[in-house]
Design a protein around this ligand. Structure first.
Ligand code: COA
Length: 375
């Protein structure tokens, strides 16, 4: 039996309930497989698969910037929500790979889709960025300050990947996911959120060059400071602990247990991290939507892409309680618990989008085969 929810224990009285009313995602066409990587460097499909669960990742074209990926995802989310760009009051893009320092990637998306009245800004919380941006939008929509927000997680991680560092470059990919956020009368939507940060751990996952600390020079480029650096083992340890604590916190806030959760959308960094969390939370892996085998870690894009695929493929059922959890550089981490409702009848999936669902299902089936030996 589901735990009874007392609304004002979960959302402060001043906030109205806020829901995701449409999702969309975009993955670039080019696919780089583990076999391709094995031709480029000293690695093997076996090493990458057993250490991470990743088999392939999508790579943006040289002329595709993060805002181009984000724009595609945004259009699909708006279409599903049955809204237009002119309905948007706010666009937040969570990313660690903005097109450039400024203008913000969100402003570039605004220009591309014609969201004339939207206020636009980027948010940087690495792989936790989408959940942090979703909570930011919830505060604005929930308070009544705005009606409609577009929250995007988008990253072109291959732009900051060091292809000479085999310990990191095999992990990442490019993509974008988007969610339209509104208040939907009579729907609980987002039930609880937990967010946290610890700047003391920043040195374990970071990009040292190009900022005001080490402005770009010929020397910083020569020293490869414009590429992501990571202490993999330490990051692994903190990833498991922090996503566990955030998940427990949101469940506590909602007066629920893990058994009340129907579906989990974890950050798609590593299958071993997800398995460790599943074991410690006591939730079976069948409840977890996994696409990292064909996407790799797409940072802020990982959760919204997985959410969009899972919802469109029917993995998340109408009325399901969904737990999303993320972890990333900073360090930052968080979790969001929500009740999922299908788009309204007026927000039917277009035939173009429906064809993407079939692809998704086929890929998911393939993953089940691949993943059986990991679990
Ligand atoms: N192919 C083959 N061998 C590789 C390799 C690759 N791509 N990358 C590293 N190795 C080697 C190392 O050189 C090391 O060799 P050595 O023992 O001879 O020195 C060996 O494999 C083990 O390396 P290690 O770093 O101990 O591996 P690991 O079991 O910790 O796995 C990660 C490495 C990166 C997969 C793992 O630490 C991880 O997933 N960490 C979390 C990363 C993450 O999720 N970051 C994003 C968070 S948002």
């Amino acid at each position: 039996m589901k735990t009874k929810i007392v609304a004002n224990e979960i959302v402060p009285k001043t906030l109205r309930s806020v829901s995701i009313v449409g999702t969309g995602s975009y993955l670039p066409k080019r696919i780089l497989t583990n076999a391709d990587l094995a031709k480029m460097m000293d690695t093997t499909d076996e090493w990458i698969t057993t250490r991470t669960g990743i088999k392939e990742r999508h790579i943006a074209a040289p002329d595709q910037a993060t805002s181009d990926l984000a724009t595609e995802a945004a259009r699909r989310a708006l279409r599903q929500a049955g809204l237009t760009a002119e309905d948007l009051d706010m666009i937040i893009v969570a990313t660690v790979t903005p097109d450039m320092y400024f203008p913000s990637t969100a402003c570039s998306v605004q220009k591309a889709i014609g969201a004339k009245k939207a206020v636009c800004f980027d948010l940087e919380a690495a792989c936790s960025g989408f959940l942090f941006a979703l909570e930011t939008a919830r505060q604005y929509v929930g308070s009544g300050a705005i009606t409609t927000a577009l929250v995007i997680g988008a990253d072109k991680l291959t732009a900051i990947t060091d292809w000479e560092d085999r310990a990191t470059c095999v992990l990442f990919g490019d993509g974008a996911g988007a969610a339209v956020v509104r208040s939907r009368p009579g729907v609980r939507g987002i039930i609880a959120t937990a967010m946290a940060s610890d700047g003391n751990l920043g040195h374990l996952l970071y990009l040292p060059g190009g900022g005001s600390r080490n402005p770009a020079t010929a020397q910083t480029v020569k020293d490869r400071l414009h590429f992501l650096k990571m202490a993999g083992k330490e990051v692994f340890k903190y990833a498991v602990g922090s996503m566990l604590s955030a998940s427990k916190e949101v469940l506590k806030k909602a007066n629920m247990t893990i058994d009340d959760v129907d579906c989990v959308i974890p950050h798609q960094a590593n299958m071993r991290i997800i398995r460790a969390i599943g074991e410690r939370l006591g939730s079976p892996l069948e409840k977890y939507y996994i696409n990292l085998d064909r996407t790799g870690n797409m940072s802020a894009a990982s959760i919204p892409v997985a959410l969009d695929e899972a919802a469109r493929a029917g993995f998340i059922k109408h009325g399901a309680i969904v737990l999303m959890m993320a972890f990333g550089g900073g360090f930052t981490w968080g979790a969001t618990l929500m009740e999922w409702r299908k788009p309204e009848p007026s927000q039917k999936i277009s035939s173009k989008d429906a064809s993407r669902v079939r692809v998704s299902n086929a890929q998911k089936r393939r993953f089940s085969t691949n993943a059986s030996n990991l679990w």
